[in-house]
Design a protein around this ligand. Structure first.
Ligand code: NAI
Length: 265
């Protein structure tokens, strides 16, 4: 694997994989980790934007590589693992890739439900198990799963997404217990509303927070106490805490980064 020297920083010498890094929160996490000195392998199924993010980071003098990976494809995970084996190191895995689903229960098909589980829940699981051998060799092993506030709250028309994200939340706790003997810390971030493409309306007409619905329910009536959606880097900042040495005795935890949504009703 072609690699330039990591810049100085708290994560210098560490190697990180971030899934769903072609845009949104994943790109922000990859950027933060790279700016903190890590060598970052950006993984996504969407190759062109992925390479654009990685080459932008390399343009900053950071150590960033792109690898096309569909997290539902075993062969892609094996190819990523083989590439990392050549680098002989993996310290941090951020399972961020996911798809949004807002299918009402009466319209939900078995195929769609299983597709959402395959990406949003099973993808994180098989990525973690597929890279576990490498993570076990690290003295700083960290796994961070990006779930959602919809993994800890029920929301209308979100059965498939909520089931998968709820699975990621409890997968985090179970993995944390299983991997504690290896010194691997496993934690989870649940974002609230984040200003990314995932927050586009189904018809692509605009961001949720620009609609009357979002303004009235979540901002005017105080459902988001901080009265605004998060920016991707605000999720990346919390993620980067779980990835670094300031996090040494925290594992199996679920951090809601939601502007206070879960603190009220
Ligand atoms: P996004 O839709 O902007 O980006 C998701 C990325 O994941 C895309 O680059 C996409 O190509 C990639 N991806 C999707 N399926 C994949 C697969 N099978 N294999 C590899 N890559 C795949 O999403 P955003 O907003 O950045 O979300 C990131 C994470 O944060 C997701 O887990 C999402 O569920 C979670 N989240 C987002 C919220 C929001 O308001 N945007 C709120 C709560 C959670």
């Amino acid at each position: 694997m072609k690699s330039q020297a990591s810049p100085p920083g708290p994560l210098a010498g560490r190697v990180a994989v971030v899934t769903g890094a072609a845009r949104g929160i994943g790109a922000a996490v990859a950027t933060r980790l790279a700016r903190n000195g890590a060598t970052v392998v950006l993984a996504d199924r969407d190759s062109d934007p992925l390479e654009a993010v990685a080459s932008g980071l390399r343009g900053e003098g950071l150590d960033a590589q792109a690898q096309t990976v569909d997290i539902t494809h075993e062969a892609d995970i094996a190819a990523l693992s083989a590439r990392l084996q050549r680098q002989a190191r993996l310290d941090i895995l951020v399972n961020n890739a996911a798809i949004l689903d807002g299918t009402p229960i009466d319209a939900l098909t078995r195929a769609r439900f299983e597709e959402v589980q395959a990406v949003n829940q099973n993808g994180a699981l098989w990525m973690t198990l597929g890279l576990l051998g490498l993570l076990r060799r690290s003295e700083h092993g960290r796994v961070v799963n990006i779930a959602s506030i919809i993994g800890v709250r029920g929301v209308a028309d979100s059965l498939a997404y909520a089931t998968a994200k709820g699975g990621v939340v409890n997968m985090t706790r179970s993995l944390a217990v299983d991997l504690a003997p290896d010194g691997i810390l496993v934690n989870c971030i649940c974002p609230g509303f984040v200003d990314t493409r995932m927050a586009l309306l189904p018809d692509g007409s605009g961001h949720e927070h620009e609609t009357d619905w979002f303004r009235d329910i979540y901002i005017k009536y105080g459902r988001i106490p901080l009265r605004r959606p998060a920016q991707p880097d605000e999720i990346a900042a919390a993620t980067s805490f779980f990835c670094g040495d300031d996090c040494r005795y925290v594992t199996g935890q679920i951090l809601l980064v939601d502007g206070g949504v879960s603190a009220t009703f």
